[in-house]
Ligand binder design. Structure first.
Ligand SMILES: C=C(O[C@H]1C=CC=C(C(=O)O)[C@@H]1O)C(=O)O
Length: 372
């Protein structure tokens, strides 16, 4: 069954037709959404139905894959555990020097009071030819707890990722989001010991989410902060649950993107700093992706008498969107891995560089795995 899905995806790649394959965290089902033409459809107000693929900068409209055909198949988790790859990108001294310069500049702006936090990132380019489908199979085996995807549109490109971060998951008007930030390697510690820098960096995200959502919800509640594993990294996470006001889903989404987990505070200053200083286009990295307004039919109430069969059927809309982190873009001849991290007053440039090297391992492990 699952082979059918991979074959179908392969055929779409050959025929240059858009599709996405994805598996939700901890689920044993592979989903495929296949579009029958090669048009680019856009999301205008988030009332649309389809698989959304949104860039970091919503100045460009998010892309909507039409759900012309949806195929699902059960899959197993093979439980592959791979060693951390040697820190390949550490070898690139000029990349390192540029990144350290960028962080040092951000630290100056933070000290001057124009920014509290900014998330900075870089792109690692590798000249290599890979099979997107084989890479995706690796991803599924290595990261069972992540949202793993392979997205393709002939007019846009091919992206692959294994992200740990939910942007928003909604069922009707009930929703969950999360504040995820702070990073440590899980190879060094059994349980991480968080420093003031990381605790503060994550608290900024939680505070921002609670504040930005408050006029769009009828209830909102944050959990305690917990340490969670993502691949071979630890992060700090707070889960935030609530109920949004009728008709406010689009506004909730726009308020949540981008959070200071991928951009910074104050938001406008952070966006400007990124646009003026990162020196590359993030494109879909730190954007978001997933199911938008998929429908679930609720069973009708059997206790009610004298009713038409369909009269009491109700349909609820579900969305499940993830932040596009730990991802790479694949072209015919090259691969680009995207990585970043939160910079605050307590950041040490060398440690921030090391953090991006650690994060790059999430994708390097997949590339180095034998199935090429
Ligand atoms: C921006 C990234 O991660 C974000 C999510 C979790 C932890 C982060 C951090 O510790 O800086 C980042 O905010 C990335 O993986 O490229």
């Amino acid at each position: 069954m699952v082979q059918e899905l991979f074959d179908r995806a392969s055929a779409n790649l050959n025929n240059e037709l858009p599709f996405v394959l994805y598996r939700k965290p901890n689920e044993a089902v592979l989903n495929g959404v296949f579009q029958k033409d090669n048009q680019i459809y856009s999301v205008v107000d988030f009332s649309e139905t389809g698989f959304v693929f949104a860039p970091f900068d919503l100045g460009s409209q998010p892309i909507l894959l039409k759900t012309d055909e949806i195929i699902k198949a059960p899959i197993e988790y093979k439980g592959i555990s791979l060693p951390i790859v040697d820190e390949i990108s550490l070898l690139n001294e000029s990349e390192k020097a540029d990144y350290i310069k960028l962080i040092t500049k951000a630290l100056k702006v933070i000290k001057d009071g124009e920014l509290d936090k900014v998330v900075l990132s870089r792109k690692i380019e590798i000249n290599d030819e890979v099979s997107p489908i084989n890479l995706f199979k690796n991803l599924l085996d290595i990261y069972p707890k992540a949202f793993c995807y392979l997205w393709y549109h002939p007019k846009v490109g091919t992206w692959i990722g294994a992200t740990p971060e939910i942007l928003v998951k909604s069922r009707g008007r009930q929703f969950t989001t999360m504040s995820l930030a702070g990073t440590q390697s899980s190879k060094e510690f059994l349980k991480p010991k968080w420093t003031k820098k990381e605790l503060n960096e994550q608290q900024v995200v939680t505070n921002y989410i609670l504040e930005t959502l408050k006029d769009k919800v009828v209830s909102l509640k944050a959990s305690d902060v917990a340490s969670v594993e993502a691949g071979q990294l630890w992060h700090l996470r707070t889960e935030i649950k609530g109920v949004f006001k009728p008709g406010k889903f689009g506004e909730v989404l726009r308020a949540l993107h981008p959070t200071p987990a991928v951009c910074g505070t104050p938001l406008a200053n952070a966006k400007r700093f990124i646009a003026e200083n990162e020196n590359y286009d993030r494109s879909f990295y730190t954007g978001f992706l997933g199911e938008l307004n998929f429908s679930t039919e609720l069973a009708r109430n059997k206790n009610r008498r004298n009713q038409e069969n369909s009269a009491y059927r109700s349909v609820v809309k579900n969305s499940e969107l993830f932040v596009n982190l730990r991802c790479m873009q694949i072209s015919k001849i090259a691969i680009s891995i995207y990585v970043g991290g939160g910079i605050t007053n307590d950041s040490i440039p060398e440690s921030e560089w090391n953090e991006t090297v650690l994060k790059s391992n999430t994708m390097f492990r997949v590339l180095n795995h034998k199935l090429r």
